[in-house]
Structures are given as structure tokens and as C-alpha cells.
Write a protein that binds this ligand. Sequence first.
Ligand code: 28G
Length: 798
Amino acid sequence: MTKIYDSSSIQVLEGLEAVRKRPAMYIGDTLTRGLHHCVFEIVDNSVDEALAGYCTNINVELNEDGSVSVTDDGRGIPVDVHPTEGVPAVEVILCKLHAGGKFDKDSYKVSGGLHGVGVSCVNALAKILKVEIYRDGKVYEQTFMRGVKQTELSVSGETSKHGTKITFFPDEEIFETTEFSYETLSKRLREMAFLMGRSNLIIEISEPTSDRRDEFHYPNGLDDFIAFINENKQPIHPKLISINVETEDSEGSPVSVEVSLQYNDTYREDVHCFVNNINTTEGGTHLSGFRSGLTRALNGYAKRESILKPKEVQPSGDDFREGLAAVLSVKLADPQFESQTKIKLGNREIEGIVSSIVSDQLNTALEENPAIGKAIVNKALLAARAREAARRQRDIVRRKGVLASGSLPGKLADCQSKQRDETELYIVEGDSAGGTAKSARDRVFQAILPLRGKILNVEKARLDKMLNHEEIQILIQAMGTGFGEGDFDIEKLRYGKIIIMTDADVDGSHIRTLLLTFFYRQMEELVRNRRIYIAVPPLYKLRRKKVERYIVDELGLKKALLNIAIEGARIEAVSSKDVFEGDRLAALIEQLVELGRHEESFENGLRGIEFSTYVEAAENGQLPRQVSFPVDSEPRFFFENETYREYLDSLGEESTERLGCRDFPDASAIESSLSALSDMNLSISDYLGLAEGKGRFEVFVDGSENPEECVGLRNVVNHLRHAAEQGVDIQRYKGLGEMNADQLWESTMDPETRTLHPVVLEDDVEADHLFSTLMGPGVEPRRQFIEKHALEVRNLDV
Ligand code: 28G
């Protein structure tokens, strides 16, 4: 069965300049997304090697120098000289656009899909890319810069290993941000490990600087995926149903269909589908095939077992999917995607193939496990009855006029404007805050709806019960969208923005979560269309000499304190006797805050050197643009007259050990702060306060005659803030109800001054997991979640 390949099966196309010219055309964008896309592109090559059956370990490492290394234990990229190109195959793969296997219908690869622009694109967008190949007992290596080779492929040692390692330094000329996110990478790698489960692949990710490490090994593949999805839900049958079939299409190309499913006691359908390991979020032919196969099998089973009574309401396809958690993973040689975004599968033939596989396999599974079949059909029956009940309920409610468009709830204070997109609906917690909001608002475009008490937890409630709940009815009525399948219509939404305004305390955040759960579960389109927002009421009330101010967050508080401190303060340089106060002091503090911000960005160690070392390296007021790290000697700085690249060029063919070059994109910003200091006769030593006898300052606060001595201006800012705290009354702000209308308008509702957070959904699996953890039946997972995230929650009011 093993296929023999050599370099001659590689097709060669055009060059890489095109990629650097228009990076977004190849990787989507040059923001965080595109940056991570590059890593996934590299990983996809390792995954293909695993799919081919030769690789079991993939290791992703976020290095201290800002690069990412991907290592696999596959066969190693071929190094033999390409017959027509005359260079090693690895060079062809890394330097020729679209170099890849000849089109091959006998196998499927990950790189046929959303990714698949080829690792040469990544090379083109890398400031440096280094490849190491372990093969035939030797270590080969080669280095590239912006897609151009810097060295020939050479043997650098011996090894008993086999595989490939690629180290990628993103080019800051291309990417707006070059910082990798551990979260983003690990999410996708976890998903990949679930999908590759049956290949027994182990994917590891680590970040030595933060001591983080995760290993994803899911030998049960999709079953493990389902266990993850259902982790905090109550399954209605303990055993999963798994399908794994390899077949062929009418042209003899292989098709693999894998499904894992388990019903839980929630009321939602949660199906994730993939084609060649790419998440097809818009579904397509494989999904419709899955659905029809499922309905067919379950209907047939219910009839055979006579579970359905002829007189009763019959379950629909939707009813059969209530509480269904499923992952569907299809692999095929030549996936056709319907949209440009490649998230909807179009291959017509796949629908029938998936449908009959799912139907057949499910039939067999249910015959073998009759208890599962009964549980599922009974659940679908309940769903059908509930649907019937909800319909009747809706009819009653509709007859009462509650859901009908036109009639509005009495509690709603509507706005005057009929221009939907300029209007806003504030959902306010409680009647008292609602009253204040009503007087505070601009009645032209702002409507207020006070909701009393906690609204129903919809994660736990079924449709008919939900509709019975008064607060929910009022909310739906005010929004005008209608509700539920066949009835909800986003076009009928009466406002441009729906704004949730709750207190910044535990109750407020609970109500906010309940509302968000309702929107996410029942009106997902509103979230997807970015209609939902969260208002941010102030967190602090600051009182000083009878003057009150409201402040939204901690940063604002810090700034305010500093301004207060500056008012009555005076700073005297001990050696020069120079005095700073008033405007001059304010100008100084502004620069100090700025420098403090830059200094902080050095603190995670990713810059490779300390902030003090960096600023002390200044020459004639010029700061280094780059630094490299020669082995066994001090860091070498590069100023504007010479780049690291030119230096490397001047060395000629050299070893690649100086790869740890870092850039300082903020150099000129720091320079201008330092030069502002120097205009005030202050030096870097005054700022750092490290040199003997230098940088000593006497700080007088609030007219006091007793100064405090600070060594180094970098410490003055904190000292002043501290001093300011003595003279003011800072109150943690408790609730909306404590504000009068003017204050509420100014701080929270005035579009000119307020802060609004749009609610967005980034990742479906993650969002679902989050909601079921927070709102589902299990107490323990919720407790663990809150403990784990307690440090991130700043506004928790205990
Ligand atoms: C570590 C980061 C990314 C890879 C391999 C192994 C082979 C290979 C890669 O061949 C030419 C084109 C399609 C087959 C194949 C080695 C056959 C024999 C390979 C990687 C020939 C490329 N020996 N491992 N490419 N293919 N890992 N990891 O890139 O037809 S790429």
C-alpha cells in the first residue's frame, strides 16, 4: 500500500514576491488572524504527514525570542535534488508558490481547504524562517529571510531522529502585530487533536516564558470531542454512538465519514461539522446528509418499535435533534466549497453518501442498544409535545396581543424616532434604575425597558415554559422580532442597538448573563449581527473638597489621582536644585507615565533585554532599532545607520546562531519621551536612578514642607498617586440606583461620553462550553470555572 514518492512529483509554479505584495490575498489579513494562520499552515503540513501515517507527534513552541517552532516526527521533507529545478526538494517546497503534490485523487489532505496556501507563503512573510530536517541519520538545515534563502541546504550534524522542524519569525514589515496568542493556538490545536484522534496523534504546545504547556491526545477522537462538549451537561444515554466508515465516491476517490453523537437533557441542537479538518460553520451537503440520515433512522426505529402512537403529534426532524450533541467529520479528496470563505461544502454527491452511511450505521447501533433508541425517541416525543404546547401557548399569547407587532408593553418608554438604526433600547435592571434612566435618556432615540427581578434561566427551561414567563414576553414584545422558529424575524427588530444596562455587582452580572444566554440561545442572529451591547456604568465615585466625579475603570481612577496629586505638588532635583511644579510638572509626569508604559512592555522578558540596558544603550539621543544576541558575548545593538540584515550580509555565509534578533518598533516613541526629558534638563540616569548619587528628587505633596525622597523619576509617579489617595474619598460604586439622572446620562448613556461594549461571538465550541458551564445544571464545574477565572474578574462585588 505504501506509495513511493520522490521530488519529481512536485509541481512548480510562480515566485513569492506576489505574496509579499498582497499578503491578505493569501492569508486573509495581516492582523492577528493572518499571523496565526501562518502557524496553522505549517502545522497542517505536519498533520498531512500524520494523515499519511508517518507522524505521531507534533510540537508547537512559542519561543522567548518571539518566534514559533513546529516540530514533527514524520519522514522529514525530502532533501534530494529536484530534477528540473536543480535544487533540493525542500527548497522548492519553501520557495515556490503552490509547490505541492500533483493533484491526487487517491488521498485527502488538510491543506486542500481553508488553509492550503502552502508553506512557501509563510516563508515569504517570515522575517526569518529556519528549517531543520532529520532524515537518513543526518540533520539538514537551511535558513531563509523574507522567502529568500540565506544559506544553502547543509548537513549540520547526525541524528537518529526523523522529522521536520520549522521556526517562523513573523515579519513586522508585513504583520500589524507579531505577538502570538497561546490561547488562539491551543484552541485550534486541541480541535485538530480531536479530529485526528484515530491517527493517535499527540499535539503538544508550550511557552517556556510563561511555563505553560498543554498536551492534546485524544485517542478516542470525536468521542472525546463529544465528551468535552457534554462535559457539563447531563447525557440521556451514557454510551456514545460512533460511526467511522471509509468508502469511495462514484469516481473511486476515497471518502471518510466519521460521526460521534450523544444526546443530553438540554433542548438545543449542537452539531459541529468539518471537512478535511476545516470547520464548515455554514454546513453544506455533508450536514444535510447527516440530518436526513438521522431523521430517517430514528423515524424508522420508532415505527418498528411502535413507540409512536398514530393519534399523537409526530416528531419532526428538529424534534429528533433536540439535545443532540454531534461532531461530523468528513474527508474527501476534492472538496468544493460554495462560498469564497470556504465554510460551506458544495459537493452534491456527499449528501447521499453521508445520509445512507449515517442511516445504516445508526440503525445497527440502535438494534444493538435498544435502550439508547428508546431514550432518544422518547426525548423527541417530548420535544414534539412541547413544540405543540409552545404553539398553543404562542397562539394564546398572540391572541392576547402580547407577541403581535404593534402592541407595546406598558413598562416600555419608547423613543420618538422611527429611524431604526439610530435608535437604542436600554434594558435596565429594576424599576428604580429604570425610572432614573427614563428621566436621563434622550427620548428622541433612546427607549427604556425596566425588567424586574431575575429573568428565567433559559439554559434550563424549555420553549413553552419560557414563553410563559412574563419578563421574557415583555422583552420580546418590546423588541418586536417575534420569537421561535418560523416566527423570529430580525428585520422586525424595532431598535438599532439593544443595550443591557445592569449594576456592576454580582446580581447585575447574573442578570446580564441570563439576558445574554437568552439572546445567544434564542436569538443568536441578534448576536451575530452585532445588535447587542453592554453599557458600562461607572465603577468609582471620587470625592474631593466637595467635588464629585464618576470614573468607569481602574485606569481612569489612576489618571484622576495623578492629576489631583500634580495640583499641589512640587519636585526638586537634589543635585541641580531644579524645581518642577504646575504645568511644567504636568508635562514631566506625562512623559513619565509614557515611559512607564514602555518600561512595562519590557517586563515580560520578550524583548530579550532589560529596559534600563536598552535606554542606556542610547548614542547621541538615538536608541537602537534592533538587537542581536551573539553567542558568548554582549548583545549587539543596531542603530538607524545599519540593519541587522546588512550586518549579516557583511559577514557573508555565516552560521545562523544570531537568529535571536529583536526589533524595537517603539524606539522613536521612547526617544521622543527621553528628548522631552532632556529639554527639561533631565537625563536617562535621572529617570532610572541607578547611578551613584544621581537621580535623587525631593517630592513635596499638597503644599507640605516635609519632602519624601525618591531615587529615580520612574518611582515618582507611584509616589504621587499614593499621596493623592490620602486626600480624596474613593467610593466603590454600588449600583445604578445611586445616581441621579444627569449623572447616569453623562456617565453611561450619552453617546458622546459613554463606553459601550459590543457583544461578539468568536468561537462556537468555546461559547457553548462557557454558557453551559455558567448556566447549566452542574454546580461543581461552575465553581471550578469561577475559581479559575476569579483573578480575571476585577469587578466582582463580594
Ligand atoms: C514541522 C513543520 C511542518 C513535512 C513531509 C514529508 C514528506 C514531504 C513533508 O514530501 C513532497 C509532495 C506530495 C508526496 C514525503 C517525505 C514522502 C517521502 C515526505 C512539515 C511528496 C513533500 N518522504 N513532512 N513533505 N510530497 N512536515 N512539518 O512540513 O506527494 S512536509
